[in-house]
Each structure stands twice: as structure tokens, then as C-alpha cells.
Design a protein around this ligand. Structure first.
Ligand code: F6R
Length: 590
């Protein structure tokens, strides 16, 4: 959460570079923004509430070759101009942007106030420049001041800082991501790659407990704890700048939904040897647990069914935020499979730590190569979805399901059959996502967008998709949506149904059909308006969204029209689907 971006180099428009780059990280937080520049006249600071996308970089920038910027997702202190980053030291010379939480900030603040410091914000962040200033007064270099300050912090952080009197950019990381982009005569440091993708694809990943400082010509890495300098490997990343742009689409969410015409094929494009290795680990381990958060968690729930139906193998799902208690079951022979788009989710990293402490192996299925989860795992598979910038996960979710279904087929000894099914499914999705189809779903959204309650039902692997449908609709349109296992309705939730309540039924061409039709009739008898997402049309449907018959890949196909419906519900209700209220893309706090 929170986007941070810094630049140092030969160019004279550092302010513009960091603001434009930060616009590409806005999915990480968007309640306020700010930029600090080193100029010929000293420190120049601009900040405000609202989204950075509305800011003209030219208007707020000055001639500068060193700048840091921030877009905020508030944790400590409300959304005010005072609480927006960067924060300055007492003497106004040190500027800091920060992502994460300094848990012991109150204690540090008291200590600093006793030394005469005054604070302008309610944030935890403001103690950082003030503490650095104290160490600078003792004669420390900027990097030593940051290192010493970090030694006092409890919590998670990614920090970027500079001093108006010293042409050096410093950064440190513990628990929140930081990546260094290497340009020609310039360096970029950001919380995510899209910030500098148009400038360079060569990166260094900072690990937890590491810091970096650069004067724009040379770069140094060291351990925060010992100060010992380190060499870092340069990694060339495969994402292209245009992958992170929305092109002709009005919103990233729709662009990323449409990317699913190709992204399933890219997800299936895996090295056979790696997939067979993973399959072997699953076969030989004593207990395999899947863990993730939010949408990725619903993907894992669908994978439970994949492993059961396709591979006859028992695999459990546990939400990462609930994982800790499972340490009683973990052994060195256990296998934890974590799934994450960003590869930075704090609860997932915490679950991995619990498993590692028990000596268990960890496999990660991620979208972002080089992310914290990717690097912390014993082995990792990429879903190759390309950058996902809308807050709502769409193409990453279907890519994750494709990889997990492929693994289930490999465990069953039918890898080729699985690949063929998924490639055929990719082709069917390509056909399905045509303009007429999109218009049809928009038409249904127009009929139901004023309803405040909406329910979704499914059985088998369509049950987790009912839960995922609810997440998609809730987060972008703010309609109260809830998903249920279809058979559970009569045990309570059916009391919610009134005349005209929209209910979505997710179906396949499978042995669940008869039961689903009975459950639909129960809803209809109470006045529900039924939207059937199914390969076949049934009389009980008021609206039918046709989906291709896809066998075990049905949940991958079925969630796509719901993503489209959620998108149109948001737009018709006047909401921005790319930046829903209260949310951020990468949840790096617990
Ligand atoms: C919802 C959504 C979130 C994420 C969750 C995990 O559309 O995107 O629920 O799925 O925050 O994020 P990752 O996959 O990055 O670990």
C-alpha cells in the first residue's frame, strides 16, 4: 500500500519524472499525494489531498535532478494535506516518503519532543526525518543516519529520503517492497516496477533488511543491521512499458478483462519439467495446504475442487490471515502453496514464515517476478499475466486458476490433457469476449444497477466463483453482493430474497445441473430475478449469459462475465472501477 518513487540522475526534470511515474503506482493508494525536490533554492515541497492522476506534473515541478514522491493509503492520521508525504525534518532539510507502519512511533515521538522537536502531522512517518536529523547533527552521513534510525524502528517499512544539502538518494526496506531501476546516468527507486518501466527494464531487488544509497553515478547496497556492503545481481524483467498502459480503454479494469483473450494461453505456457516437479512434491508431501488472500484465496478454493475432481488428491485451503494457527499441523514433509498476484501481500508472507519455521516447503504461484513472495519461496511459478493495475484482480485470477488446474492434471498424470483443455478454453474465451457479448452484459447491468442487494450461487467449483463474484461486485460497485453454496440457501440466506432481487446462478454442463435448477426454482418461487451464467439456457432464467462448455475449466470461464458485469455496475453507478474507495492494490500491511 502507498506508492513511493524517487529519482536521481542527469536529467533536470526529476519532479516531473517522479510524479508521472507515481501515476502508474496510484493503484497502491490514492487519497493524497506529494513530492519533494532538491532545487538550486533548497528543498521544494508540494503536497495535497486527492488523486495524483489529476495533478499536472509540469505545474508542480521545478528544475531538479533529485526528487521523491508518494501517493498515500492512509493508516495513521486522516486524509489531510498535513498527513500527506513527504514529511520533513525539524530544520526542513531532510525529506522522507514511507510505505508501511512504524509501530513504535509514539515512543520515538515523545523522545524527539523532549529534545524540542515539533510535529506537523498525525503520521508515524514524521518521526523518520526528525530522528535522521538528530543523527545528522552527530555528524553521520545521510546513509548512516538512515541506517541508525532504522535500527530504532519496529514494524514494516520502505523508506526513501534525501537531504537538500547532499546530492544523495537513500532508501531502506524491511517488509515493504523496494526496487531499484538502473538507467544511463540515473537511478530510480520505487515500490513497484511500472513506475520506471518506460525508462528501464534493468533492476536490482532490495531484500528485507537491506538499504541502498546513490549519488546518481555509483550505487551502494548494504545490510541495515551490520552496514556491510553487498553486491546485487542485475535482473532484466520481461514486462514491456505498453503492457502497463490502458491503450484505448477507458479503465484498466476493462483492459485487463479483455487481456484474458490471451492471458490464459500465457499462463499455460509453463516448463513441463517445473510442472512435473511441483506435481511430484504434491504427490509425495505429507499434507498440502493452499493459502492466499481475497480473490487469490477464492482461486485456491476452486483449486481444492480441481485437485479433488481431477487428481483425487486432498488439498486444503486456509486464508493466509488465518494461517498461523495451522502451525500445529505443519511438518518438514508438509507443502504450502501460496498464490498471489502482487507477490507482496503481508498476510501471505507471514503464512510463509510460519511454514518455514516448521521446516515445510513453500511453492509460490505469482504474477510479479522478483517480488518478495517469489523470492522467499523454495520454488515459484509465474502466471505471466503481465502488469495488473486495476485494483480488482481479473486476468491474474484466471491465470492463477489455469496454472493450478494444469498442476492438478499433472498430479493425475495427464499433463497434456490438461494443457489441451486450457488452450481450448483460452480460444473459447477469445471468441466469447466480442463486442456483442460485452453489450449484452452491459444491458443486464442497466436493468439491475439500481438494486442494492445481489446474490450469487454456485455448486462445486462454481461455489468459490460465487464468492469471488461477490468480491468483484462489492469492491467496484459498492452493491451489497453475497455468494453462497447453492445448497446452503434454504438453511438461512433465502430469507433475504424479495420480489425482484437479482440472483446470479453460475453453472456448468455437469452433474450439479439438476441440483442447481432446484435451487434456482426455490429462489424464483420467492420472487428472485434469475441471471443464469451457463452453457445451456433454462426456462427458469430471466436473463441468460452464455458461456462455453469448458469441463473442469468452467470456473475460469464463468467468472469473466461477472467481471464485466461488476465493471458496468460500477460505471453505471458513477464509481471509478480502477480505484475503489478504501482499497489499494497491494496489501503490504497485516
Ligand atoms: C480483489 C483483489 C484482492 C486480492 C488480495 C490478494 O479483486 O484483488 O482481494 O486478491 O488482496 O492480493 P495478491 O493476489 O496480490 O496477494
Amino acid at each position: 500500500m502507498c506508492g513511493i518513487f524517487g529519482y536521481i540522475g542527469e536529467k533536470k526534470d526529476a519532479g516531473e519524472i517522479v510524479i508521472e511515474g507515481l501515476k502508474k503506482l496510484e493503484y497502491r493508494g490514492y487519497d493524497s499525494w506529494g513530492v519533494a525536490m532538491q532545487t538550486g533554492m533548497g528543498m521544494k515541497l508540494k503536497k495535497d489531498i486527492g488523486k495524483i492522476s489529476g495533478v499536472s506534473a509540469k505545474d508542480v515541478s521545478d528544475v531538479s535532478s533529485l526528487a521523491i514522491a508518494h501517493s498515500r493509503w492512509a493508516t495513521h492520521g486522516g486524509v489531510t494535506k498535513e498527513n500527506a508525504h513527504p514529511h520533513l525534518s525539524q530544520d526542513g532539510t531532510i525529506a522522507v516518503v514511507h510505505n508501511g507502519i512504524i509501530e513504535n512511533y509514539e515512543e520515538l515521538k515523545k523522545e524527539l519532543m523532549n529534545k524540542g522537536h515539533t510535529f506537523a502531522s498525525q503520521t508515524d512517518t514524521e518521526v523518520i526525518p526528525h530522528l535522521m536529523e538528530e543523527y545528522r547533527k552527530e555528524g553521520m552521513s545521510l546513509q548512516d543516519a538512515l541506517r541508525t534510525a532504522c535500527g530504532r524502528f519496529e514494524g514494516r517499512y520502505a523508506i526513501l529520503a534525501f537531504d537538500a544539502t547532499d546530492h544523495t538518494l537513500v532508501a531502506a526496506r524491511t517488509g515493504s517492497p523496494l526496487i531499484v531501476g538502473i538507467g544511463k546516468g540515473e537511478y530510480f527507486i520505487a515500490s513497484d516496477i511500472p513506475a520506471f518501466l518506460e525508462h528501464t527494464r534493468n533492476v536490482h531487488y532490495l531484500d528485507d533488511g537491506e538499504m541502498v544509497w546513490t549519488d546518481g553515478k555509483k550505487i551502494h547496497f548494504s545490510s541495515i543491521e551490520t552496514g556491510e556492503e553487498k553486491q546485487k545481481r542485475t535482473i532484466n524483467i520481461s514486462w514491456k512499458a505498453e503492457d502497463a498502459e490502458k491503450g484505448d480503454f477507458e479503465h484498466f479494469m476493462m483492459k485487463e478483462i479483455m487481456d484474458q483473450k490471451e492471458s490464459i494461453n500465457r499462463a499455460v505456457h509453463q516448463d513441463d519439467k517445473e510442472i512435473l516437479r511441483v506435481a511430484k512434491e504434491i504427490e509425495t508431501c505429507l499434507g498440502c495446504i493452499l493459502s492466499a488472500c481475497g480473490t487469490a484465496g477464492k482461486v485456491c478454493m476452486a483449486a481444492d475442487y480441481f485437485f479433488s475432481v481431477v487428481a483425487h488428491r486432498h488439498v486444503n485451503y486456509v486464508a493466509s490471515s488465518e494461517f498461523k494457527i495451522y502451525h500445529h499441523f505443519l511438518k518438514p514433509e508438509s507443502l504450502l502453496i501460496v498464490v498471489s498476484q502482487s507477490g507482496e501481500t503481508a498476510d501471505v508472507l507471514e503464512a510463509m514464515k510460519v511454514a518455514k519455521e516448521a521446516g515445510s516447503k513453500v511453492l509460490a504461484i505469482v504474477n510479479v517476478e522478483g517480488s518478495s513472495i517469489y523470492r522467499a519461496a523454495d520454488f515459484a511459478l509465474l502466471i505471466n499475466a503481465g502488469p495488473e493495475r486495476a485494483v480488482a484482480s481479473t486476468k491474474a485470477a484466471t491465470g492463477q486458476m489455469a496454472v493450478l488446474l494444469l498442476i492438478a492434471y499433472a498430479v493425475a498424470g495427464k499433463l497434456n490433457e490438461g494443457r489441451t483443455l486450457l488452450l481450448e478454453t483460452g480460444a473459447k474465451i477469445n471468441d466469447m469476449l466480442n463486442p456483442r457479448y460485452i453489450e449484452h452484459i452491459k444491458g443486464i447491468a442497466q436493468k439491475i444497477h439500481t438494486h442494492e442487494n445481489l446474490y450469487i450461487i454456485g455448486k462445486s467449483w462454481n461455489y468459490p466463483m460465487a464468492l469471488e463474484s461477490a468480491i468483484k461486485i462489492q469492491e467496484v460497485s459498492y452493491v451489497h453482493a453475497e455468494g453462497f453454496a447453492a445448497g446452503e440457501l434454504k438453511h438461512g440466506p433465502i430469507a433475504l430474497i424479495e420480489e425482484g432481487t437479482p440472483c446470479i446462478a453460475l453453472m456448468g454442463n455437469d452433474e450439479m445441473t439438476a441440483d442447481m435448477l432446484s435451487n434456482i426454482m426455490e429462489l424464483k418461487a420467492r420472487g428472485a430475478l434469475i441471471i443464469g451464467v451457463s452453457p445451456e439456457r433454462y426456462d427458469s432464467f430471466d436473463f441468460w449469459i452464455k458461456v462455453p462448455d469448458s469441463g473442469p475449466a468452467q470456473p475460469i470461464v464463468n467468472i469473466i462475465p461477472i467481471q464485466i458485469l461488476a465493471y458496468f455496475l460500477a460505471v453505471l453507478r458513477g464509481k471509478d472501477p480502477d480505484m475503489p474507495r478504501n482499497l489499494a492494490k497491494s496489501v503490504t500491511v497485516k
